[in-house]
Design a protein around this ligand. Structure first.
Ligand SMILES: [Zn+2]
Length: 220
């Protein structure tokens, strides 16, 4: 677009009426290009900044994480993409389902397999807000998924490079491509804000319990 604009500008030098006409054409073309970019999703309508394909899918994973947060679960979400389209979504429901297996990744893997009618997720990419744990990394290798795109890393429990890298063990029959740091700050802030609020809540609950205890003791 910039080159096009330059070409138009160089062609209109020193011409009054022609120059105005070129200005009009240039403006119309710019508007058309911007509209086309909106349609293609290259420009984010909200901020006007460029959004990559990876960021677009990570934003959807973040939306899934917010669903977990609404249930007072640790906000972790993911999507699985096949041939450029989201075929499955998942979010952490461990407490809600009272199930160790109810991690975002496993919930999405189950849905993707149902959708594709195959346990193999070859040709698929997972976008996940937090580095997968050992259980989910194991399942991802088992699913033969092509790639995992990670928002932020998990130094204490991540198994895609932090504690260990289960996704790329040479001895296994499948290795998963890893991409890190897509919308990293957004993913990491979402988690730290959640834990901050949780600590505050626990502190308030503790204070309320202490107050109640004191009230009961005063009665006795
Ligand atoms: Zn997990």
């Amino acid at each position: 677009m910039a080159q096009f604009g330059r070409a138009l500008r160089s062609g209109r030098r020193g011409r009054g009426f022609e120059s105005r006409r070129f200005d009009c054409v240039e403006e119309s073309l710019k508007t058309l290009c911007v509209q086309a970019f909106f349609v293609l999703g290259i420009i984010d309508r909200t901020g006007g900044e460029q959004v990559t394909e990876q960021e677009k899918f990570m934003k959807e994973a973040i939306r899934q994480a917010k669903k977990a947060e609404a249930l007072d679960e640790v906000p972790i979400g993911c999507v699985i993409v096949y041939e450029g389209k989201i075929i499955a979504r998942g979010y952490n429901r461990r407490n809600t389902d009272k199930n160790t297996l109810s991690h975002a990744e496993l919930n999405a893997i189950r849905k993707a397999s149902r959708k594709l009618g195959d346990w193999r997720l070859e040709g698929c990419t997972m976008y996940v807000t937090l580095e997968p744990c050992q259980m989910c990394s194991g399942a991802l290798v088992q699913s033969r998924i092509d790639e995992v795109v990670i928002g932020c890393m998990n130094a204490k429990a991540g198994c895609a490079g932090s504690v260990m890298n289960l996704l790329q063990v040479e001895g296994f029959n499948h290795q998963v491509k890893i991409t890190q740091g897509v919308l990293e700050e957004e993913c990491s802030t979402m988690l730290s804000d959640f834990f901050k609020r949780l600590r505050e809540k626990k502190k308030q609950e503790k204070a309320a319990r202490k107050l109640e205890q004191e009230r009961l003791e005063a009665k006795e």
